[in-house]
Design a binder for this molecule. Sequence first.
Ligand code: ADP
Ligand code: MG
Length: 777
Amino acid sequence: AAMEKIMRRRSMQLYTEQKAWQDSTIEGQKMLEFRKGLPAYKEKDAILNSISKNQVVVISGETGCGKTTQIPQFILESEIESVRGASCSIVCTQPRRISAISVSERVATERGEQLGESVGYKVRLEGVKGRDTRLLFCTTGILLRRLLVDRNLKGVTHVIVDEIHERGINEDFLLIVLKDILPRRPELRLILMSATLDAELFSSYFGGAPVIHIPGFTYPVQAHFLENILEMTGYRLTPHNQIDDYGLEKTWRMNKQISRKRKSQIASAVEDSLRVAEFKEYSRETQESLSCWNPDCLGFNLIEHLLCNICENEKPGAVLVFMTGWEDISSLKDKLQLHPTLGDTDRVLLLACHGSMATLDQKLIFQKPEGEVRKIVLATNIAETSITIDDVVFVIDCGKAKESSYDALNNTPCLLPSWISKASAQQRRGRAGRVQPGECFHLYPRCVFDAFADYQLPEILRTPLQSLCLQIKSLKLGSITDFLSRALQSPESLAVQNAIEYLKIIGALDENINLTVLGQYLAKLPVEPKLGKMLILGSIFNCLDPVLTIVAGLSVRDPFLAPVDKKDQAEAAKAQFSRSYSDHLALVRAYEGWKTAEIDLAEYRYCWKNFLSAQSMKSIDSLRGEFYSLLRETGLVDSNTNIHNVWSYDENLLRAVICYGLYPGICSIVHNEKSFSLKSMEDGQVNLYSNSVNARASKIPYPWLVFNEKIKVNSVFLRDSTAISDSALLLFGGSISRGDIDGHLKMLGGYLEFFMEPTTADMYQSSRRELEELIQN
Ligand code: ADP
Ligand code: MG
């Protein structure tokens, strides 16, 4: 009770200081003025009233109306004013770490406080929080992890789940858990906030919770589609000027095969409309130009041309360009910086804004620049709803976003750029009308927009569920199937079965669908299980350095470029790294070379010479650090780095680690007279993509290949692969690694010696037979 009293006094003191700042300083008054002008402020009483009367409240409103920054503050202030003061603890979740950080900074600024006073944040591996912090912004993942130790969220009084319209898999998951907690915690308050109007769905999920809609206002925005843009600017598309999109074609090519169905809908939409002469009112040049349009390109050249046009001819106002991810944002930024007009820093302020940035430079991004400077922000869909840049008057929309997708039938996941939905396109367009009428340039024909889906599918319906299933198990939430049947929208049961089956095969779940020791470790690592497995084994066997590179490489866009017109040269360049019949080890060598070149500041030349993507290499470099911190956080490695790399140069060991991660992605190599063919258990005959180092080999002196991805087109194609020996498969493939990791390792101890040496004839024969049976069945 005494503690309680002290805490209340401190809360009151902070509160009084804040009020004094707000009332008596010029900045304070200005800030209050600004806040009062936001649409959310006008609903303050209605919102607080509803929260006090209902356990769950849904709040929706236009992006930028003040939901994220204001509503948590309303609650904070009203709680301190009430008697409960000191004991209030408000947690507001954000789907991305960067928004959790930047929003908390903003809210602290609005209160004239430092971060860590009444407002703080917590994201993976980072956070600022003090003993007086009552309002915490965090990622959804952080709150989910807290549930591990605090099943009923005992210390929390209010949970605010923001941006629920995005329907991320973590948010959908959190909602199921919260729904179960509510009856056990009658005084807990849950507030759901969303930008668009599907509020009813959430309201009915929580038994008819009240919905408060914050009315907003935006100016009209004129939409231009590709045909108007070409007609207006006189820009001509040719097959050639769309190709130099910085080596993007390769990813797009993969993408095309995966989402071929959706793609061909789009393509046929274009063809159809050309046939029915939808474009007949446009000039012949425009029509010809349109027929060259390549839906797989992001249109860097066209964006550059448009930006130039805006800078030279249009009224003042910031430009917001929607891209798909940080790789293309940085490539475009590099390109624009070389441009005579756009690269002129006295006249143009060129900024990037994407989820993988450490922090946002809020001053530059949110403030109107001085004088005649044109602000251009290159952003991902984070700028669609999470952050609002007020002075945007022009929007350029490439029509794509990175989306994880998964086809339960093919059982192949991927994170690749896909076409956005109509709702997203409209949301992007709306960003141009915050302060005055604006203009939006969509870089695709109107008929393509018409072919977009209305809404994006929620993530839980389009991604593999392996990590989610591990989470359900590690939070002890009961049967996976039962739990998922209580979701807002339940995933197909085939997808759930696939996930459980996979987790059993890799040894994360036992026969009774309980977590194994390996499963417990994997649940602690917020990465895909296959990456988690490699990281764990890499730590145990002291060969972490190359394993970090491999794992990072599997998480970014393929760094080996294959420009259409220089395919042979590019493949030859990759071949220099490929003595080991392994694309993964080729990457390790390429990265080592890059690291050496970096010391001499020659990394760009190195990339250029070797057909490597500089952006991907940079991502790999920074991801390696992130994965390493993760392992330290989980306690899998200690801070003594050297010991972890003792075995880094043992190639056979690395093959085994790769096998451990990629199993059951395996096929056998059948050697013929002059060449070889590949056979897998589920798909029969399979093929390699031409850019794999193994596709160039005429003979592979190993019996098996493990691969990280297969893609079904007409036949099955494998992406990056590594050749492995019988013993690696026998020891590190699934059948033996089922069960607990301790037992497994004990057994391995005995084999280790054998496994490092060339196989002896007897063991070779028997293991070979055993494996052959395994594959046959
Ligand atoms: P919502 O969550 O409803 O989309 P926010 O609460 O994020 O809206 O933002 C409300 C307003 O606050 C925005 O329109 C913008 O004007 C302003 N704002 C938000 N963040 C910042 C910031 N970091 N710097 C300056 N202004 C900001
Ligand atoms: Mg918001």
